[in-house]
Design a protein around this ligand. Structure first.
Ligand SMILES: *Cc1c(COP(=O)(O)O)cnc(C)c1O
Length: 378
């Protein structure tokens, strides 16, 4: 033991790339077990990661469990059956579909494949952390355009930002963490304002929730009508309730984009049980839609209750609410943690008074609403 300590004191750390030393760490939040251990609690209400609280469909669980006997074999490296199913559901050729170990891996592949030091990425702020972290890891400059005070996309500022050389425009629609939605007309105008070579990446992690609204744009139809390259990102982690299995996918503008991303991915980047479960999940749309319906109805109830406490809730098309609170968000989050409630406080400059709360089961939502009423009104 003491030997290893003295050895590690002598060891000089190897020099990493300069991009890495200043890179912010992704804030994945605390696990339920960690909160239990830290605060000596039994029951945890986990509303920090935008998961589907109803869990996967019974068909998915059955199919996944039956895959256990084949765990000794490598997965299909090409994930051919799943890509085929995704292609069929979306009406395009499967050589334009790529699957990843979560869509977060595909964000990384895009950065690794397309970004060289000094190139510019335009995104929004606040944003999904990895939209900024992976480009910066590759040495790209990230121009993150702040949202408006009323928690909508600042379209004028985005237009100005994409007037400069822009290698990638990447953002989530609807947004995480804000929840706001960009309309079809706004999306089309923004794409048209981009330089002719810009890679447009639209992250649709929450599309299944937004689709409830007929105004949610068909990004693919808009992108297909122009010539810039594009990637649409989707995930099985949110509405399909497969977050633990790590599986997501990309639809691409052409075979070439899919092939470039395929070249930089790990050969076995998605595992067999995840491929099996994702196929079963796609086949059980009715279950997913039922979860969406329940979550959207709870979302309205939660937003109304927070409004009634005098808090501003950003209009949302997702399975979470982004709320402005009258205290520092990290302090409120810590007070909630002590009661076994996990939410996500925002820490970026300008947004230190905002928290993101995922919509849970009705009783979980009651618990967080009551705790916030206690803490904020006291
Ligand atoms: C949750 C989320 C993802 C990541 O999804 P995984 O498929 O679990 O990696 C990607 N983008 C956004 C905007 C998200 O909120």
């Amino acid at each position: 033991m003491s030997d290893s300590v003295s050895l590690s004191l002598l060891a000089r750390p190897p020099v990493c790339r300069p991009e890495i030393s200043g890179l912010p760490r992704y804030n994945a939040g605390l696990s339920e077990d960690e909160v239990r251990r830290r605060y000596g609690l039994k029951n945890i209400v986990k509303l920090g990661s935008n998961e589907n609280p109803y869990g996967p469909s019974p068909h998915v669980i059955a199919g996944w469990a039956a895959s256990g006997a084949r765990l000794g074999r490598y997965p299909d490296a090409a994930a051919a059956a799943l890509r085929h199913d995704i292609a069929r559901v979306n009406g395009l050729a499967s050589d334009r579909v790529l699957v990843g170990n979560g869509s977060e891996q595909i964000i990384r592949l895009i950065a690794e494949a397309y970004l060289s030091p000094g190139e510019r990425v335009v995104t929004v702020r606040p944003a999904f952390g990895l939209h900024e972290i992976y480009p910066r890891m590759m040495g790209a400059e990230v121009d993150a355009v702040p949202i408006n005070l009323d928690a909508t996309f600042d379209l004028a500022a985005l237009h100005t930002a994409v007037k400069q050389p822009t290698k990638i425009l990447m953002f989530a629609n609807p947004s995480n963490p804000v929840g706001c939605m960009m309309s079809g007309i706004a999306l089309q105008d923004l794409i048209d304002a981009c330089p002719s070579h810009t890679l447009i990446v639209v992250d649709e992690a929450y599309r299944e929730y937004a689709e409830e609204d007929s105004d949610y744009p068909d990004a693919r139809a808009i992108l297909e009508k122009q010539s810039r390259p594009w990637v649409i990102l989707r995930t099985f982690s949110k509405a399909y309730a497969l977050a633990a299995l790590r599986i997501g996918y990309a639809l691409t503008s052409c075979v070439d984009v899919a092939m470039v991303l395929d070249t930089v991915r790990d050969p076995f980047n998605t595992n067999m049980p995840a491929q099996v479960a994702a196929r079963a999940a796609l086949a059980d749309d009715a279950y997913m839609k039922d979860c969406i319906r329940k979550t959207v109805s709870e979302r309205k109830r939660v937003a109304d209750a927070l409004n009634a406490l005098g808090l501003f809730v950003a209009p949302t098309w997702t399975n979470f609410v982004f709320v402005r609170v009258p205290v520092r968000s990290d302090l409120l989050a810590t007070d909630l943690l002590k009661r076994g409630i996990i939410i996500k406080p925002w820490k970026e400059k300008g947004f230190e008074n905002w928290v993101r709360i995922s919509i849970g089961l009705p009783n979980e939502n009651d618990t967080v609403l009551k705790a916030i009423a206690d803490l904020v009104l006291s």
